[in-house]
Design a protein around this ligand. Structure first.
Ligand SMILES: Nc1ncnc2c1ncn2[C@@H]1O[C@H](COP(=O)(O)OP(=O)(O)OP(=O)(O)O)[C@@H](O)[C@H]1O
Ligand SMILES: [Mg+2]
Length: 282
């Protein structure tokens, strides 16, 4: 590397470092009153890390999502993206650090309690119930139906049934309403899984790889759907497909080997040497 290149790189790194930290610095939940951080951020993690057999899968000094924000996390395979969702949703216990959500610390709460508090999650492999119809899958996702017992649904109210039909319309599944989920295409299953998430009315949606395995036109449609949802919801979307991420046009956080490399617009990430080297340029 020439000296000029080195200088340019250090300028770029400096640009990224403070600017992404700056927006968090005055709101660290460990340093300020709850009213201060929670007025701006719905989710905040501080010094969050997890190790598996001595291997640090995630090490995140600060990360916050503002109320109503659409955020994207990108990074190579094994970067820790799904691990981030596991820690925030309570599936995995952190080795150190704190997770704050909706005015409270939720570190070490049970997965089910965190879900009830309002963090909804679409897993990397969409979980839908094959032997139920599209409509029944959404019935099951209604608030209060998660503790589903004796194979019986609580009967839906008129309002809930209208809400289900509205979301089915939005994701172009209305004509598949009474078909078994196993007859749906991969893309339609992704949309059903996202719909189930929305019907449960979470305060924060974690959406892990919604475009994985989709055709170009399905990917485009998924981006439109998430942008539409972003008008009324706070979302963190994890994705590999760069065209898709560009379309979302939101603040991107780049993870690599469990660490936050940079945070900013997609255009900024594309100018960041470290990010290009670790991920984008490959
Ligand atoms: N429960 C676990 N036990 C042991 N190792 C784990 C566990 N969860 C994740 N890991 C490891 O942590 C690292 C990060 O994995 P993670 O699934 O978060 O990556 P990712 O960024 O989601 O990758 P991908 O793009 O492939 O989905 C990987 O090396 C993975 O093997
Ligand atoms: Mg993953």
């Amino acid at each position: 590397m020439t000296q000029a290149m080195q200088e340019e790189q250090s300028v770029l790194v400096d640009e990224v470092g403070p600017s992404y930290l700056e927006q968090y610095r005055e709101y660290l939940p460990s340093q300020v009153n709850r009213e201060v951080w929670s007025s701006r951020f719905v989710l905040f993690v501080e010094n969050l890390s997890v190790s598996f057999d001595g291997f640090k899968a995630l090490d995140m000094p600060h990360y916050g999502v503002r109320h109503g924000e659409l955020r994207v996390i990108i990074g190579p395979n094994g970067a820790g993206k799904t691990t981030f969702c596991d820690l925030v949703s309570g599936k995995t216990r952190p080795s150190a650090g704190q997770v704050y959500f909706d005015s409270k610390e939720i570190t070490n709460m049970d997965e089910s309690e965190i879900a009830l508090r309002g963090i909804g999650r679409k897993f990397q492999t969409p979980t839908v119930f094959d032997s139920l119809t599209t409509y029944e899958n959404l019935l099951l996702a209604l608030p209060g139906n998660q503790a589903w017992k004796n194979n019986l649904f609580r009967s839906e109210t008129q309002k809930e049934s209208v809400a289900i039909d509205a979301i089915l319309e939005k994701v172009s599944l209305a004509e598949h309403r009474d078909k078994l989920a196993k007859s749906l295409s991969h893309g339609q299953r992704q949309w059903l899984a996202i719909s189930a998430l929305v019907i449960a009315k979470p305060k924060l949606l974690l959406v892990d790889e919604p475009a994985a395995g989709l055709t170009d036109s399905e990917t485009e449609k998924t981006a439109e759907l998430l942008l539409e949802l972003a008008k009324e919801h706070t979302l963190v979307v994890i994705e590999h497909d760069m065209e898709f991420v560009r379309r979302l046009d939101s603040t991107v956080t780049v993870l690599n080997e469990g660490k936050v490399l940079a945070e900013g617009s997609m255009a900024e990430m594309e100018r960041n040497e470290e990010v290009v080297e670790a991920y984008l340029g490959r």
